[in-house]
Unconditional design. Structure first.
Length: 338
């Protein structure tokens, strides 16, 4: 099969690899219908995360079940499925509390930028659609496997809801879909922090009421101007840097909530400032599996269209161009067709 392999920073190749095989009776093999490049894939691509050996890339996926292990009961061959970037049993005490990404048996899921992939713990990880979805719904279902679910968790962690002002730090796919999530949750005012016209337009389409182009202290001041000097009730941090985290915390009113879903890189929190801020912090890897049934239903009923974040589609063999386009911010998110 063809698979995307990162050999070194900036060195993405699509190569022939052996097809994956069932390794455990709880596994499934799926034939990928669509995959994509994630903003978090850019960390190793840029050299911010170390690469010790060639790595099979991709953790966002939709596909058709090709084979199942002997113990798999919830999905069957021929079904269209959506999965999460963490495999979970969906039965342990942590999973039952709604945090499948913290499952006591969790495993990372990788190698999705390929023609086929192995999914561990298939019963707890994969969710099948009632029937084969229309082709135009595939991008949105793919978004549900990570960026929509992650934006959704960011909004929930920030306690977005009716009557609240929500600010979103980060205008990548996760930040944009956090706006969509906040809108679905009934937020009254949604402030998107963005300097890019194309992303601003999509932010408004998803529900943003205000755009703030300033960053850092200037961005915080602008949000406070829009909120009677208090700051937002809910702030979603969707970048993962020191600057973005502190901007999110400082833009939050006392007693407000920050949902942080950007993968943190060299983020340190000042203890005394946090002590006096009265800001709640909650986040981490999104429990996408918990939200998949609801998100899939919203997509199939055409109540939301998160697939609009994909503004570039390429064949799998051109994955390297997809990475380059996202790295250079020529694309918000790249969809790959095996």
């Amino acid at each position: 099969m063809r698979a995307t392999i990162l050999h070194a920073p900036g060195d993405v190749r699509v190569e022939d690899r052996e097809n994956p095989a069932i390794q455990k009776p709880t596994d499934a093999i799926i034939k990928l219908v669509a995959a994509c490049v994630c903003g978090s894939d850019l960390w190793p691509y840029r050299g911010a995360d170390s690469i010790n050996e060639p790595a099979a890339m991709g953790h966002e996926y939709v596909g058709i079940v090709e084979e199942v292990g002997a113990d798999v009961r919830n999905v069957r061959v021929g079904q269209f499925v959506v999965g999460s970037f963490f495999a979970s049993d969906n039965t342990c005490e942590i999973c039952r509390s709604g945090y499948q990404s913290g499952c006591v048996h969790r495993e990372g899921v990788g190698g999705a930028q390929a023609e086929y992939m192995r999914v561990p713990l298939a019963d707890g990880t994969l969710v099948a659609t009632p029937e084969m979805p229309d082709a135009d719904k595939v991008p949105s279902l793919l978004a549900a496997s990570d960026v929509l679910g992650t934006g959704w968790f960011g909004a929930k962690a920030a306690e977005a809801g009716p009557g609240k002002t929500v600010a979103v730090v980060g205008d990548g796919a996760v930040g944009l879909l956090a706006i969509l999530a906040a809108k679905q949750m009934g937020a009254e005012q949604i402030i998107a922090m963005s300097r890019h016209a194309d992303r601003q337009a999509l932010a408004r389409e998803f529900g943003a009421t205000d755009i703030v182009e300033e960053r850092g202290d200037e961005g915080v001041a602008r949000i406070k101007e829009l909120t009677d000097g208090l700051g937002a009730h809910s702030v979603i941090e969707a970048v993962g840097t020191q600057e973005s985290m502190m901007q999110a915390i400082r833009a939050t009113r006392r007693g407000g909530h920050v949902g942080y879903v950007g993968v943190a890189h060299d983020v340190e929190l000042p203890g005394l400032e946090m002590f006096f801020s009265h800001v709640h912090l909650h986040g981490g890897p999104a429990p996408v599996r918990d939200y998949l049934p609801e998100l899939i239903d919203l997509i199939l009923r055409r109540e939301i269209n998160p697939g609009k974040v994909f503004d570039l589609e390429l064949p799998l063999d051109e994955a390297a161009e997809g990475y380059k386009a996202m790295d250079e911010r020529r694309a918000i998110k790249v969809l790959l067709r095996p």
